[in-house]
Design a protein around this ligand. Structure first.
Ligand code: OGA
Ligand code: MN
Length: 294
């Protein structure tokens, strides 16, 4: 069965068909999909009726070890009792819409800040898979910005300025920007992680800026100077022409490369409509070396 990649945007995003990912086990097809990720950064698959177990298994086939240290885990177990399966929804354990002031809801709203998944951990997140289970009848898009193209558009002086810099990412920091408060015990768990500001795709050698609202400071600079530089880079990296906005349909399955893109949820009437997705993210450890890091 030959698969085709149809571009959804000049730089980032392609729709892949025909394929049922639940049935993809052969190395050649998985490798073709990884090559598609290298090129497009975001891949969209329609009508993929994944169960939770199938989604967890697919992500492992695709890239090895799963990320299981989400920020939310510091606040207690999720409703699936599985930290590798992120509950991207606005409902409680009984499937009812969360009240406005609910802490889980306030925490989840942070996904509307531009971010990369698990950049506040080491190893950070690599590929994220997001499976649509219940999609509201109004737009609740996810936006993806191309951090490779953003890098390519920097002038030479800026590329040199940022080449050797490292950044402390912390989810306690990004959530504090919204006024969300973590207890001392939660903060002790969420210390964050340090990553290079420029990251290189290990398979293609292509460079990308590695940004996120979690980016708290540049280690080699005074805090205000570093924050200004991060702010400037974020403005440049989230210009409209760099963004693919994914309009969800029932059964959609989207994979993105957190080293190539930054993403955010967009606002919708979440007091009125249920929106339920599940996310499984792999960690940024090269295939084959994963066992050593696990
Ligand atoms: C995520 C995320 C955005 C959305 O699942 O990591 O940021 O639109 N989701 O739900
Ligand atoms: Mn995310």
């Amino acid at each position: 069965m030959g698969i085709t990649f149809r571009k959804l945007h000049p730089y980032v995003g392609a729709e892949v068909s025909p394929i049922d990912l639940r049935a993809v086990h052969d190395g050649a097809t998985l490798e073709q999909l990884r090559a598609g990720m290298d090129q497009y950064g975001v891949l969209v698959f329609r009508k993929q009726p994944f169960t939770d177990a199938e989604q967890l298994a697919f992500a492992q086939r695709f890239d090895g070890v799963l990320h299981a240290k989400p920020g939310a885990a510091a606040m207690g177990a999720n409703r699936f009792n599985n930290d590798a399966l992120a509950d991207i929804s606005n409902v409680d354990n009984n499937g009812k819409i969360l009240p406005a002031e609910d802490r889980k809801r306030q925490y989840s709203l942070g996904n509307q800040l531009w971010h990369t998944d698990a950049s506040f951990q080491n190893p950070a997140g690599r590929y994220s898979t997001l499976s649509a289970r219940v999609i509201p009848p109004v737009n609740a898009n996810t936006e993806f910005a191309d951090m490779r193209q953003a890098y390519d558009e920097l002038d030479e002086a800026m590329r040199q300025r940022i080449a050797a810099l490292t950044v402390h990412h912390s989810i306690a920091y990004s959530r504090s920007l919204l006024g969300f408060e973590f207890s001392q015990g939660e903060q002790n768990i969420l210390k964050g992680a340090i990553h290079p500001l420029v990251r290189v795709n290990p398979r293609t050698g292509r460079k990308a800026v590695y940004l996120a609202s979690h980016a708290q400071r540049i280690m080699e600079m005074p805090v205000p100077e570093g924050r200004l530089l991060l702010y400037e880079l974020t403005l440049r990296a989230t210009q409209q022409h760099l963004i693919y906005s994914h309009q969800w349909r029932d059964g959609d399955f989207v994979i993105w490369d957190n080293l190539a893109t930054m993403h955010r949820a967009t606002i919708f009437d979440d007091a009125k409509y249920v929106r339920e997705l599940r996310r499984v993210t792999t960690i940024d450890v090269p295939l084959g070396k994963a066992a050593a890091a696990a």
